[in-house]
Design a protein around this ligand. Structure first.
Ligand code: AHR
Length: 502
């Protein structure tokens, strides 16, 4: 046991506002995410679905997360998706091959169904445009269908399909992972930059109120340098993606340090583009619209995507969320990928669901880590072994990067803090497999005697939830006294959230 650990915070030292949109989600037509996940049109189980086919148990579990925005319909899927296939009478919609996951798309769930589901869920839609097989005309038609109140063809098609009022979809992204070798329509960064520039101009002519999201890579690649330069004057958000994972616990929970550094570098690339392109009015925040723990090799089920999460993964997800809080001033949106069955916090069967281990810390963040992010001083042992940061392989030149091969120092106590409505919330992952870390928590100000404590922990780092044993890893709620923070013990491999009221 170690006792020289310290978490010190002064609530007047605000790093920035936490955008609620960091708790957004992502749904893709992939495996059992849409069909069998958020909807089941064939279910005969009484009460499981409503008249629209929504899985009500899934909707309830997602409603707890109170997600402001949900991105749809892909992902890789979107790069060969024609949105017109998914509107109008269901029996006339074509069944198509889809090229991302080499499946078949029945098109029973499309734009109108997604918009209605979003309304039911009280969340805002975010649509990703097809820059693979899709054309600019098709993209314009989709924006017109969703957002126009004029007497024009696609706006009238929406009316004909039963939706008089425009949906006013605000967020639209210019393609998905266009850099990826797996992507239909993969192209070099400079080609993407030119094409997306033209699309952006046309889309904003049609609807100046939309917010456009550029397709970035990880935030620290050559692609990101070229594309930030090309699109800084045209877009409102810059998207990056990263999945972390390892069977080795320490690599699993330290991979998030790569995401954090990636965010910082990406933000510097955006600043550089502003200056070099003289786009002084640009205000482009990062949109981390795919993030999670995902090991495609490990996961059973459809395409290796039905990941079954462990306690170690739950701690990694808590560290992911800590990154978003610490970097709050740079992040405009983040979308956990995905929401149901596919790389997801919720797993369903035809009759039931269980909440994966990762659901629990994520729920605590969604509920409590809002408001303003606070500056922190943390002292704890650092991890000395190999990390899970993919970052050191990055290829953008110059002093913006870590030196290749140099591993960052990663603290065993991973911490972030917020304040909202007079409540200070401190989120702490103890990454250590060996040591409970007794820590002095120093907090300026006067507070109530009783502190609420939420803990996610299990003796077995590989503990997992299943349909048979749904609550092996869950949130435990307790209290402690304010005075206990003088010397508070964070158990090894645990996640703790402390809520301190003034
Ligand atoms: O979320 C699964 C896939 O991961 C997405 O389709 C793609 O964008 C990423 O490579």
């Amino acid at each position: 046991e170690s006792s020289a650990n310290l978490i010190k915070l002064d609530p007047s030292r605000v790093l920035g506002a936490v955008d609620d949109k960091v708790y957004s989600g992502f749904l893709e037509h992939m495996g059992r995410c849409i069909y069998g996940g958020i909807v089941d049109f064939d279910s005969t189980v009484p009460g499981l679905t409503n008249e629209k086919g929504y899985r009500l148990d899934v909707a309830d579990a997602l409603k707890e997360l109170n997600m402001p925005v949900v991105r749809y319909p892909g992902g890789n899927f979107v790069s060969s998706y024609h949105w017109l296939d998914g509107v109008g009478p269901k029996d006339q919609r074509p069944r198509r091959p889809e090229l991302a996951w080499l499946g078949e798309e029945p098109n029973h769930f499309g734009t109108d169904e997604f918009m209605e589901w979003c309304e039911y869920m009280n969340t805002e839609p975010y649509l990703c445009l097809n820059m693979g097989t899709g054309t600019l005309d098709e993209a314009l038609a989709w924006v017109e269908y969703c957002n126009s109140d004029k007497n024009t063809y696609y706006a009238n098609l929406r009316r004909k399909n039963g939706h008089e009022k425009p949906y006013n979809v605000k967020y639209w992204s210019l393609g998905n992972e266009v850099w990826g070798p797996w992507q239909v329509g993969q192209m070099p960064a400079a080609d993407y930059g030119k094409k997306a520039f033209q699309w952006a101009k046309a889309l904003k002519l049609l609807d100046p109120n939309i917010k456009l999201v550029a397709c970035g890579c990880t935030g620290f690649e050559e692609w990101d340098y070229i594309v930030t330069q090309a699109l800084i004057s045209q877009v409102d958000l810059y998207s990056i993606h990263l999945y972390t994972s390892s069977d080795d616990h320490y690599k699993n929970v330290t991979g998030t340090a790569g995401a954090e550094r990636g965010i910082q570098i990406c933000s510097k690339l955006l600043d550089l583009a502003k200056i070099q392109q003289k786009a002084y009015n640009a205000d482009v925040k990062i949109c981390f619209d795919e993030w999670n723990v995902w090991d495609g090799e490990r996961a059973p089920g459809y395409l290796g995507a039905e990941e079954q999460y462990t306690l170690s993964d739950a701690l990694a997800v808590a560290s992911w969320c800590n990154v978003f809080i610490r970097q709050a001033s740079l992040i405009g949106m983040a979308n956990i990928a995905q929401l149901v069955n596919v790389i997801a916090p919720i797993m369903t069967s035809k009759t039931d669901l269980f909440l994966q281990t990762i659901y629990h810390p994520f729920l605590l963040f969604c509920k409590y880590m809002r408001g303003e992010s606070l500056n922190l001083h943390v002292e704890s042992p650092t991890y000395k072994g190999d990390t899970g940061c993919s970052f050191t392989e990055s290829s953008v030149g110059g002093e913006l990067l870590w030196v290749k091969g140099v591993e960052p120092a990663i603290p065993m106590l991973d911490v972030s803090a917020t304040k909202k409505d007079g409540i200070i919330t401190i989120a702490v992952v103890n990454r250590s497999l060996e040591d409970d870390l007794t820590t002095k928590i120093v907090l300026e100000g006067d507070y109530k005697e009783t502190v609420t404590v939420y803990t996610v922990h299990h003796d077995d780092i590989a503990a997992t939830n299943t349909f048979e044993n749904k609550e092996v890893v869950k949130v435990e709620e307790s209290t402690c006294k304010l005075g206990d923070l003088e010397s508070y013990t964070f158990r090894k491999h645990s996640f703790v959230m402390l809520r301190i009221s003034s």
